[in-house]
Write a protein that binds this ligand. Sequence first.
Ligand code: OSB
Ligand code: MG
Length: 367
Amino acid sequence: MKITGVELRRIAMPLVAPFRTSFGTEHTREVLLVRVVTPEAEGWAECVAMAEPLYSSEYADGAADVMRRFMVPALTARPHVDAYAVGRILEPFKGHRMAKAALETAVLDAQLRAAGESFGAFLGAAADRVPCGVSVGIMDSIPELLGAVDGYLAEGYRRIKLKIEPGWDLEPVRAVRERFGDIPLQVDANAAYSLLDAPHLAKLDAYGLLLIEQPLAEDDLVQHAALAGRLATPICLDESIESAADAAAAISLGACSIVNIKPGRVGGYLEARRIHDLCRAHGVAVWCGGMLETGIGRAANVALAALPGFTLPGDTSASRRYYATDITPPFELRDGHLDVPAGPGIGVEPLGHVLDAITTSVEWLPS
Ligand code: OSB
Ligand code: MG
């Protein structure tokens, strides 16, 4: 395919409730959408970079800038581009994996729409629906947290993930266990602890958690390996894993026994699939993380989560857990599952009237 041009669109999506993590509180998700236009088809993708560089170094304005200045011109200069070529063409530009992922995904969407093939079929999905978990933010009080968890369990979510930080860890976990019993439960620290906290984190072992996600800093692989030797709770890495090479290093070091795969964080669905294949070959369980995506990003994530190595429920929650109005027809939980879209490409398209109402800027980058 020859790329005719690329549209960068910024939208502001109000969250149904503020989402608090150890790195900050999100009230409105500011999303960068990418639309790649080719003579055969158009492709859509969502860049998962957040408004501020607090989860990782990338942020939405920075992603738009690197796309506009360097990445889109490199792609549109080529007479022929497909999804496999995108990674090679963008390889000279260091880092910026979320920006690269969005461009590769939009090209892949266009290519699959032209071929009439779904993301699930292309990636190797082994199921037509996936079990879903939900990520529950840090709250002001334990009763408020218990109310939120109660509501999610009533909706049918298959596992609960509690965001933790120093001062909000043992007590919320204890309270949720006491109230809801033996539910599948895990925690996510978003890098809020250090190895000095090992004795404190070991107290979580008493609660039979599925895993503890990213307890230490992103570049602390060796320290994660040391921590793993001191905890019974399995360690899962999120921020630390930016590539299949990182996953290989983490597995050989013993830094984790479970991996959270986020396609944006690792540079796209092709690298995400490589990590899945590597982990599966090593008996390391994976699950699909989330970045508060709209229906555009969610559609592709749900397809990925249907690969056979995704043996734990992901943070692929229903649209209404995030947004009163999604930009696609809403993803709805049925029996604790979301359906894998079956249509060509990501299988969904933005609803024009919804998109227009929340768009804050549109930029067209011609070839
Ligand atoms: O660490 O998994 C995380 C949201 C934004 C940034 C980082 C994370 C999260 C979540 C929510 O935990 C996942 C979701 O429901 O999309
Ligand atoms: Mg995480």
